[in-house]
Structures are given as structure tokens and as C-alpha cells.
Design a protein around this ligand. Structure first.
Ligand SMILES: C[S@@+](CC[C@H](N)C(=O)[O-])C[C@H]1O[C@@H](n2cnc3c(N)ncnc32)[C@H](O)[C@@H]1O
Length: 251
């Protein structure tokens, strides 16, 4: 069967339609107006650009995301930065084509609710990509830091809600109603030049919620203790372990 859409060479019906339309444009005087044509082309391409909402519970992280987007040259008119809780998204049902979460999942206490919220706001046929921490994520650094810290500041507090396995991610997505789900695990090892650099990397990306439990007057001391521990154990490697799940909301 002949398709009406272009499949490499123009089909006869399309050729006739294009030529008839060009003739009509010439007859009503539209074909001479080239600036107007350029404007329509420009607007058409702007219309194709994606609109995105970037959400996080932390206002500080949103300011960082906005700053990074500026530096990367993204069109900020098309990105909305929105403070939100992933377990209760402030959006209508069926309002997004794609929902992505990157490396935040292990911090949500109610992960079933968070996945269900992503399902709810996706339109039928929409896609989810869910990035979670795997069981080995930052393990050398966590182990060393916990050993070093004064236990009074950390005992009895739950840090976060990982590790997760591929099986668990698949279960969560299927349970929320997603179809065509699959999950991949990626592991890579970051090797720092010195243990102090490894400690600083981990402190900068991860330990704020521990510091939040440590009185401000003690924070520098605890950080220095952790750094000494990294040095005495010669910890230079910090593992990244990431599980990414994909799926589709049924049509
Ligand atoms: C490890 S950072 C990842 C940041 C960013 N997604 C990325 O990949 O670079 C984890 C982020 O999860 C955010 N977060 C934690 N709990 C959240 C929640 N309930 N709702 C929304 N964001 C949350 C934190 O504020 C933090 O910015």
C-alpha cells in the first residue's frame, strides 16, 4: 500500500497536494511574503522544543540546577523550577510525556507513593526513567565515615532508603501499573588521587544530612576525623552503583 507520508521519495498524492497548495498560496498572494514564511518556520521550530519542569524538595538544589542550566545554555523560558515533594506531585493527572528521576529515589521514605505519583502525572503511553542507588553505592565512603563519626550523632537515625536491587525497582514499577518495564545496573569506580580528595568528594555530595544532625560547633571536628580515617585506611576509591528502571504507562 502507498503511504501518504514521505518515505524517501515523494508519493504522487503528496506531490499533487504540495503543488496545489503552492498554487493556492501564489493565487492568494502568500507566496511572495518571504519574511512571514521565515517567521512561521522559526515559530514552528520553537514549538518543537521541549518544555520541562525540574523539581526538588530543596530550594538550594533548585537554585543550583537553574545556575547549571544557564551555564549549559538551556532556554530558561522553557524550564520551570519547582519546589516539590516527589511523594505528592503538584501536577494534574496525565500531564507529562516523560518523567525522570535521577539519584533521588533512595531518599524517598515512601517509594511506592513516589512511583505511583510518577505514573499518575504521565499521559497514557508516557515513559518513566527511574534512577536509584544500587547496593554498593558509595559503600567505601559510607563505611569509613560512619566508623569515624561520633556515634551519638548518627545512631538511631535512618540515613536513607537504599540499597535497591533491579528486582525491587521492577516490582515497584509493575506495582504502580507500568508496562514494558526493564532495569539495568551500572557500576563504576572513581579513583581519587588522595584519600583526602575522596573524603571531600563524598562530603560534598552526600553527607549534608548527617551534618544536619551534628551540632554546628562540632561539624568541622567530625569532618576532620572522617578525613583522618580516609587517610589511615587509604580509601581512594568511591564506587558509583546505579540502577535505572524504564517503563511505559499503558495506552
Ligand atoms: C543525590 S541528589 C541528586 C540531585 C539530582 N537529581 C542529580 O541527579 O544531580 C538527591 C536529591 O534528592 C532531593 N530529594 C530528596 N527527597 C526528596 C523528595 N521527597 N522530593 C523531591 N526531592 C527530594 C534532594 O533535595 C537532592 O537534591
Amino acid at each position: 500500500m502507498r503511504s501518504l507520508f514521505w518515505t524517501g521519495k515523494l508519493s504522487l498524492p503528496i506531490l499533487l497536494l504540495v503543488n496545489a497548495n503552492n498554487l493556492l498560496a501564489w493565487l492568494i498572494g502568500n507566496s511572495g511574503n518571504k519574511p512571514a514564511m521565515k517567521e512561521r518556520v522559526k515559530l514552528g521550530y520553537i514549538g518543537c522544543a521541549v518544555k520541562a519542569v525540574c523539581g526538588d524538595i530543596s530550594h538550594y538544589m533548585l537554585t543550583q540546577a537553574e545556575e547549571n542550566s544557564k551555564v549549559a545554555g538551556y532556554n530558561l523560558n522553557r524550564i520551570r523550577f519547582c519546589q516539590l515533594d516527589a511523594e505528592s506531585l503538584p501536577f494534574d493527572d496525565n500531564s507529562f510525556d516523560v518523567v525522570l528521576t535521577g539519584m533521588s529515589f533512595g531518599l524517598f521514605p515512601n517509594q511506592e507513593k513516589a512511583v505511583y505519583e510518577m505514573f499518575r502525572v504521565l499521559r497514557p503511553g508516557g515513559l518513566i526513567s527511574l534512577g536509584a542507588h544500587g547496593p554498593e553505592h558509595y559503600w567505601e565512603a559510607i563505611d569509613t565515615t560512619i566508623r569515624a563519626l561520633n556515634k551519638r550523632h548518627v545512631l538511631g537515625y535512618r540515613f536513607e532508603f537504599w540499597p535497591r536491587t533491579e528486582k525491587q525497582i521492577l516490582y515497584l514499577m509493575r506495582n504502580a501499573g507500568f508496562k514494558n518495564v526493564y532495569a539495568n545496573r551500572f557500576i563504576w569506580r572513581n579513583l581519587f588521587r588522595t584519600p583526602a580528595e575522596a573524603c571531600d568528594f563524598f562530603a560534598s555530595v552526600s553527607s549534608n544530612w548527617w551534618y544536619a544532625k551534628i551540632p554546628e560547633s562540632r561539624r568541622l571536628l567530625e569532618y576532620q576525623k572522617a578525613k583522618k580515617f580516609f587517610e589511615s585506611r587509604e580509601i581512594r576509591q568511591v564506587t558509583d552503583d546505579v540502577i535505572i528502571g524504564y517503563g511505559m504507562k499503558p495506552e
